[in-house]
Design a protein around this ligand. Structure first.
Ligand code: PLP
Length: 384
């Protein structure tokens, strides 16, 4: 049997079968050297020269990520999700135009609004769940990149990747997808026509809330991809070897964790939808979610581990609910094995499209009855 015939779950569990040749260690060592011996004939036959452009431990994790995304150009690891996202915008020149979603990770939206205009790049924010609106917002000859996030923070808005890829490519633009929330367990954007897929590997890819990392994978090794490669090499944004090692350790269990977390999230979403103190549950797995049909078609094995609830009684009750939990952790971030709850509007601040009665839930691997009982008690305490 060829290694490439194996299921990705098998390949990631074994870190693609890498065995350290010097020691026969099952777990590869962490390569920390920043510099490498030049050969007497003036070559670098090992392929390694210096630690900023390249690192063997980082390469091992990148090979796994490229496999998970089925990315012909490969994958590049960065020091954070934001660094990875920003590197994609290196494909642009002054005068170009970008389309981005109205509902997206708030820090990147802030960066797009403040930094792109300084570089002479225009950006418009559109409803990415409305392909006709996206097509109408394209500026012929100027739109070079469409950025989407699906499911999109914090309403879990679903974007039809194939439809938006068609619009982008007809306009001569590229499509980049922030697929952090879905992870490659549920979604492979490149197979649906995207040119780039990006993740905050800080989240479910690593899964243990102990590494900040980001990744970009590409559909084609072309001039645009080389601009991203160069942005990382010269900008010095590569992930550190210790973080790459931890990420690799986390990714070995991605398939187990993502399956368990999605099952917990689906069960909680269904039960919370019937809760007296919950006005609305936002989860793409629920049939009443506006993106449910598209999510069902383009995602696999479930709908991810993120959901939001809108609490009856408004912001005060939402904040009081978050204050009353004992099992859930009141913290930002997502994708870890421990469940987190957050009053999202408080962290996004002024100008956020996030309703102020919304609590964002990142569902972990704890027992679902403990998670539900804690939320139920907190919701009742907050309104009582
Ligand atoms: N994209 C999404 C969807 C995120 O949730 C985050 C972080 O919360 C990022 C990007 C940025 O990742 P990082 O915090 O690793 O820079």
């Amino acid at each position: 049997m060829n290694e490439t015939d194996l299921h990705p779950a098998t390949r990631v569990a074994q870190a693609m079968g890498r065995i350290d040749q010097a020691t026969r260690a099952v777990i590869a060592p962490i390569h920390v050297s920043t510099t490498f011996i030049r050969d007497p004939d003036n070559q670098y036959s090992s392929g390694f020269v210096y630690g900023r452009p390249d690192n063997a431990t980082v390469r091992e994790a990148e090979a796994v990520l490229a496999m998970l995304e089925a990315a012909p150009a490969g994958a590049l690891l960065f020091g954070s999700g934001m660094a990875a996202a920003i590197a994609v915008f290196a494909v642009l020149n002054a005068g170009d135009h970008v389309l981005a979603p109205r509902i997206m990770y708030w820090a990147l939206r802030h960066w797009l609004m403040t930094e792109l205009p300084r570089r002479g790049i225009a950006v418009d924010f559109v409803a990415m769940d409305d392909p006709a609106a996206v097509a109408a917002a394209v500026l012929p000859g100027r739109t070079r990149l469409i950025w989407i996030e699906t499911p999109g923070n914090p309403l879990w808005t679903i974007t039809d990747i194939a439809a938006i890829a068609g619009i982008a490519h007809a306009a001569g633009a590229r499509l980049a997808v922030d697929a952090t929330v879905a992870s490659p367990y549920h979604l492979q954007p490149l197979a649906l026509g995207a040119d780039f897929v990006m993740h905050a590997a800080t989240k479910i890819l690593n899964g243990h809330s102990d590494v900040v990392a980001g990744v970009v994978a590409g559909a084609r090794d072309d001039a645009d991809w080389q601009r991203i490669v160069t942005a990382r090499r010269l900008g010095g944004a590569i992930l550190g070897p210790f973080e790459a090692f931890l990420l690799m350790r986390g990714m070995r269990t991605l398939f187990l964790r993502a399956a368990a977390q999605a099952a917990n999230a689906a069960a909680l979403a269904a039960r919370l939808a019937a809760h007296d103190h919950v006005a609305h549950v936002l989860y793409p797995g629920l049939p009443d979610h506006p993106g449910h049909a598209i999510a069902a078609a383009q995602m696999r094995d479930g709908f991810g581990s993120m959901l939001s609830i809108r609490v009856r009684g408004g912001a005060a009750h939402a904040i009081a609910t978050a204050a009353a939990v004992r099992v859930w952790h009141r913290a930002t971030s997502l994708g870890g094995v421990e469940s987190l709850i957050e009053h999202r509007a408080s962290i996004e601040g002024e100008g956020t499209p996030c309703p102020d009665d919304l609590l964002r839930l990142s569902v972990g691997i704890e027992h679902v009855e403990d998670l539900y009982a804690d939320l139920d008690r907190a919701l009742r305490a907050a309104s009582g």
